[in-house]
Ligand binder design. Structure first.
Ligand SMILES: [Zn+2]
Length: 211
């Protein structure tokens, strides 16, 4: 997982090792005679490992979503069309830890009164230059690319994350949920952090107006 602010989270090493071991056991199971004692033994080891992996995966997803929610007030996620992605690269997304991180981030954000927003499933995010918005057709192997319009050399995943962030930003501004602001503390600085405030027309004031 790559975030527009530079956060990167990869499956931890122990989880990768456990998944490798699981694949090995599954190959072993395929070689054994179905229902035999040795088959049963391997099957048991696989079941046990499955449990361990799902616990490790949940733990990793909790830690990652905790970090994302602590560090940000507005979270924008891409609604991953996991099934379509699996067609391209089965092993990479089959375990769908990303879906788990998304769900848990949404849960934590809502619990803490933060904003969670998902951009459309078919909104294209890959191959858009993060500097000028030029679109490119990339293959799965193009991990980095040079923009054909402005020449910016960039990471495919980071550029996609920035594109998702700006689509989300436009969505929630258009919906009147937040407004872009420049806090007094930042007005004289050259380096500005993006800041938003919740729109004044929140549910409370709407109710008051109606009354
Ligand atoms: Zn560009």
């Amino acid at each position: 997982m790559v975030g527009s602010n530079g956060i990167v989270a990869d499956n931890p090493k122990f989880l990768k090792q456990a998944i490798e071991k699981l694949n090995q056991l599954q190959r072993q199971l395929a070689r054994r005679t179905k229902g035999s004692n040795r088959w049963q033994k391997t099957k048991q080891r696989i079941n046990k490992l499955h449990g361990k992996i799902s616990r490790q995966r949940l733990d990793f997803a909790h830690k990652t979503s905790r970090q994302i929610t602590n560090e940000n007030d507005i979270l924008v996620f891409e609604d991953l069309n996991v099934k379509a992605m699996q067609k391209f690269n089965g092993s990479m997304v089959a375990d769908n830890v990303m879906g788990l991180i998304t769900q848990l981030s949404k849960y934590k954000a809502e619990l803490e009164g933060k904003l969670y927003h998902e951009i459309g499933r078919f909104e294209k995010s890959t191959g858009i230059c993060s500097e000028c918005g030029q679109r490119h057709v990339l293959t799965l192997n193009d991990r980095r690319f040079t923009c054909t319009a402005c020449g910016a050399y960039q990471s495919r995943d980071l550029a996609a994350a920035k594109s998702i962030a700006s689509t989300g930003e436009l969505d929630i501004i258009a919906a009147g949920i937040v407004a872009r602001v420049t806090p007094a503390s930042q007005q004289k600085q050259s380096v500005k952090t993006k800041a938003f405030e919740l729109s004044k027309l929140d549910f409370g004031s709407e109710k008051k107006d109606a009354a």
